[in-house]
Design a protein around this ligand. Structure first.
Ligand code: EPU
Length: 432
């Protein structure tokens, strides 16, 4: 089994380049279905989830070239309107194929994603929104089967702001007849990026970044000539900022939209870090102690649930007691027992985690059940005294591009070892 080995306790210093956002790339890749032809995307991150989405497109009949950096996808023909179980179970974001396939083919069959490690994660809002545009659904054999004779604009009021729900319905609404209005839509930067991409194909959409979206459907869309560059990954960016903070180091993240990081920067400032914001850089330094912080996860622009586990790792070392309330997912404290194995003092009461800071974490073998939880364990390991081994790396591979190399480049003593020679990245101590 592959693992990451960290010899912790060393302040990290240097510059970390940030890649394209996983959660913008996935919807944008599948959105290429709404405009038949050849699409080119730039700043596509080299991630397992991106590979899974390209496999899904391939299965549908849309070949691609490249899997990182510049990727081209040819959606001239769709020969299969299904997102099968073997792909959806690997990556729930495959459910994003539903809206585009209905818009493209008038019929779609998508395996139900089911629950996952962090929560139940139903897709009722996706279906409700698509129904408002005239789609009909039947659930059978673990699949949702959708049909629509003519997509027609409608009013969609989401019960809660859902990121992929908003994206799924949006990708259908762009080709509906007439106007659609979305209320209580999600406002995440990844939605804004999807809107910009759809606009580059000729879609007419207003209101991105607010909770009301107006979509004027058009009869057809065409691939843009210039490659579309995916927005920078704010969660990857935030994770490296915490790496600087937790090790008492000095890290600059490069190629980011600092405005997308406001809630995370506020939390790091409250935790005692010094932050310098440039046009597309953020520098974090920490010389004094970590101060306790209370945070509640919220839809954007609130503190993101995808940074909750990483912030908790930092607060494990605070001088005092911090509270983190998780309001987005019902089971997103799976990292707590693993952080405890590293010496953290955390009590969980329902959706509230109370962390009493300790002077020092100590290395241990840990594993996690989801992507961001795994990231928090790597961060804790970077600060811990002694050796930490992080197992189940497939979670990290889904969302962090060249994690070990990026950490080594800022001085971390970290290495990946395992059976797959392509995944080997030197031994601990070989750090730059
Ligand atoms: N919800 C419903 N019904 C729905 C849709 C959502 O009840 O039909 C609930 C969810 O169960 C959850 C809340 O609404 O309690 C918000 O979930 P949302 O739909 O916004 O989450 P998502 O679209 O499934 C995306 C990201 C997640 C990120 C969340 C929240 C992608 C591919 N995934 O998931 O990213 O945590 O938004 O910001 O965009 C990650 O990258 O590690 C990750 C989990």
């Amino acid at each position: 089994m592959d693992k990451i080995i960290i010899d912790g306790g060393k302040p990290l210093r240097g510059v970390v380049p940030i890649g394209g956002a996983k959660n913008a790339t996935l919807p944008i890749l599948v959105a290429t279905l709404v405009a038949p032809g050849e699409h080119r995307l730039a700043r596509v991150p080299d991630l397992a989830d991106v590979g899974s989405m390209l496999s899904l497109l391939g299965r549908i009949g849309c070949p691609s070239l490249g899997h990182a950096g510049l990727v081209s996808v040819d959606t001239t023909r769709v020969i299969y309107n299904e997102a099968p179980y073997d792909l959806v179970r690997k990556m729930r974001a495959s459910v994003l194929a539903l809206g585009p396939l209905l818009a493209r083919c008038g019929e779609a069959h998508v395996s139900l994603p089911g629950g996952c490690a962090i929560g139940v994660r139903p897709i009722d809002q996706h279906l409700k929104g698509l129904e408002a545009l005239g789609c009909q659904f039947e659930l059978s054999g673990g699949y949702v089967h959708g049909k629509v004779a003519q997509l027609t604009g409608g009013r969609v009021r989401f019960d809660m702001p859902t990121v992929t729900g908003t994206e799924n319905v949006l990708m259908a609404a762009v080709l509906a007849k007439g106007e659609s209005v979305f209320e209580n839509a999600a406002r995440e930067p990844e939605i804004v990026d999807l809107v910009r991409f759809l606009r580059s194909l000729g879609a007419i959409i207003e209101g991105e970044g607010s909770s009301t979206l107006h979509v004027q459907g058009v009869p057809s869309l065409t691939p843009a000539k210039a490659p579309y560059a995916i927005l920078p990954d704010r969660v990857e960016a935030g994770t490296y900022l915490v790496a600087g903070a937790i090790t008492g180091g000095d890290i600059t993240i490069q190629g980011v939209n600092p405005g997308d990081l406001s809630a995370v920067l506020d939390a790091l400032l409250s935790a005692g870090c010094t932050i310098d914001v440039g046009d597309d850089t953020v520098r974090v330094r920490r010389e004094g102690p970590v101060r306790p912080v209370n945070v509640t996860t919220e839809p954007h622009p609130g503190f993101p649930t995808d940074m909750q586990a990483q912030l908790m790792a930092l607060l494990c070392l605070a001088q005092g007691e911090s509270e983190i309330r998780e309001t987005i997912f019902e089971n997103r404290f799976m990292h707590v027992p693993e952080l405890q194995r590293l010496g953290a003092n955390i009590d969980v009461f329902g959706n509230l985690a109370r962390t009493k800071g300790v002077r020092q974490l100590t290395g241990a073998t840990v594993m996690a059940t989801d992507l961001r939880a795994s990231a928090s364990l790597v961060l804790a390991g970077l600060a811990a005294r002694g050796r930490t081994e992080v197992l189940r790396l497939y979670h990290l591979d889904r969302g962090y591009e060249r994690l070990v190399e990026k950490l080594q480049a800022v001085g971390a003593q970290v290495a990946r070892v395992g059976d797959d020679p392509r995944e080997r990245a030197g031994q601990p101590g070989a750090a730059a």
